[in-house]
Design a protein around this ligand. Sequence first.
Ligand code: SF4
Length: 362
Amino acid sequence: MTSTILDLISAAKQNTPLAPAAYQEVFDSQHSLFALLDAAYQIRKMHFGNKVQVHIINNVQNGLCPENCKYCAQAVDSEAPIEKYRMKSEEEILAEARNAYESGAFRYCMVASGRGPSEKQIQFYSQIIKKIKSEFPIQVCLSSGLMGKSATDQLKAAGLDRLNHNLNTAAENYAEICSTHTYQDRVNTLEAGAASGLELCSGVIVGMGESDTDLINLAFQIRKLGIVSIPVNFFLPIEGTQLQPNQTTTPERCLRILALFRLINPKAEIRVAAGREFHFRSLQPLAFFAANSLFLDGYLNAKGSSSRDTLAMLKDAGFEIDSRFSIDDLSSDEQDQIPQTAYDIKIKSKEDLRPEFANTSL
Ligand code: SF4
């Protein structure tokens, strides 16, 4: 391991990062990916051991948004063929919170499309948050767009644990991805949440044309805002959204980015969020050597791998979940379906082996 990587590890252990320019090293291919992941793992292990926090996301209101975030399938000018609906009923949301709890989730995340909640919606959320917290010992997070301190005060009083509002991309690029609100609007919402005493969750979407320096600056901005939970999303090019992929995010680059966020934000919960399966491909288990959190059961409008496959992947890689249930408990109902080998063995047919002779008796 080179002295530079050792310097980054030492700074992360003391939670006193070096100057931003030092983190360009993370993207330098002369540093092997495994040296970097080992560096990230030392810090991850220091704060979280081998535990992975499982989040289940639930779209309480989907689509029909007046904002024009180009990456979003729910935006006003998106043509993505998604289900659109107004706010779910209290009964439906409570049933989904119960399902998240029974699936072993550490946290239930309610996400609503839209610019921001009305006063009436804040009252509705407050009522639901109180009920969820009284019925299930589960952490609750809400993501519902832009809001001010009066709204965040009410949510805090109702028992909300965490407020999510992603910064998504660097300040300099924000106008490229959205023109109906600004980066500063997003920062203001996070500051309102912090002033109300809410924990903050705010992350990024990688793969929207950002540079290495943009990512470093974002990781520092997130640190400066005191964010405790960082979802690192990897842009999923859902057909019909305004933004289409404009850069290659290889699995190796994705892993380096997770290591970057871990080294700059050593104590934060770092979540491999949307795009985990699509972008990390066969290197997916390596993501958890830097990150310590994931979404189970898919994302906002895109499916992910099955819970069974995700839990099996974590177990095979030596991780445990942060839940009152164990991975084995959660998989036991499906024991019969779990293949005993890495994949279902299918025997090649004569057509596969001898296509030229498939129709003969040879
Ligand atoms: S990210 Fe949020 S605010 Fe932007 S279009 Fe999607 S739902 Fe609307």
